[in-house]
Ligand binder design. Structure first.
Ligand code: UDP
Length: 237
């Protein structure tokens, strides 16, 4: 069984939302419980949060906005999600901190620094990374892989709505079957939309595995995977 010392968890913005709330406090509470159970296993955790529940640069561009500006707005959306998560964590007694990919200042959060991040994680602080890579034209998936490499995470966990990677969209195609594992090359060749190509390219080059799983249906799934159960799908070289 593989043991993990430090993990990077990617949570999309959409995962934090519900029908009535773009940031649902019940969901941030669930995430907080999941994080607590990771810490209880003596595993360090960094989180990259998306912003798609609030704004995405590509969608804003479709309504006429300059793409770079749209992406700046998208990255600011990730900051809001990170602040909400951090607030929930801290109210639950978790020692956590937000680090941003671009400078925000004003005591809102800290700037990302890879040495500082590794030190804080070693001291059992949970870090929430926002603003993706800090640059337009990227996604928070790429940001997650980048931060995963920078903090020397053992693996990247990508939380999605489905419980792994399927041969086709399991909601549209009931015949779709789930992969236990597959390679980055297979995922790219079969156009399985798990992550964008830039994110895959980084994973491949830096040899860092991704585990795709469903986080919110069963709050114990991540813990079970960390304890060696084969849930979700592993994408690796
Ligand atoms: N974004 C960006 N650079 C990054 C990461 C994100 O410009 O490195 C912007 C981009 O507009 C993106 C938005 O932030 O659409 C929100 O991120 P993403 O769509 O990845 O969020 P998720 O789908 O995970 O909720």
């Amino acid at each position: 069984m593989k043991t993990y010392r430090r993990i990077l968890l990617k949570i999309s913005g959409e995962a934090l939302s519900s029908k009535n709330n773009s940031i649902d406090p019940q969901v941030t509470q669930k995430v907080s419980q999941i994080v607590s159970s990771v810490l209880a296993q003596n595993i360090e955790i960094g989180i990259v949060v998306g912003g798609g529940n609030i704004y995405r640069g590509a969608a804003l561009q479709e309504s006429g906005m300059n793409r770079v500006v749209g992406d700046h707005i998208g990255m600011l959306a990730t900051v809001m999600n990170a602040l909400a998560l951090n607030d929930t964590f801290r109210r639950n007694g978790i020692n956590s901190l937000v680090m941003s990919g671009f400078e925000i200042g004003g005591g809102v959060c800290q700037n990302f620094d890879h040495n500082q991040a590794k030190e804080n994680l070693s001291n059992k602080q949970v870090l929430i990374f926002c603003a993706g890579t800090g640059n337009p034209c990227f996604t928070t998936d790429t940001g997650a892989v980048l931060r995963g490499i920078e903090i020397e995470a053992d693996i990247i966990f990508k939380a999605t709505k489905v419980d792994g990677v399927y041969t086709d969209d399991p909601i549209k195609n009931p015949k779709a079957t789930k992969y236990t594992s597959l390679t980055f090359d297979e995922a790219i060749k079969n156009d399985l939309k798990i992550m964008d190509t830039a994110a895959f390219a980084l994973c491949k080059e830096h040899n860092i595995d991704i585990c795709v799983f469903s986080m919110l249906e069963d709050e114990d799934t991540l813990s079970k995977i960390l304890q060696g159960q084969e849930l979700g799908t592993i994408v690796r070289n």
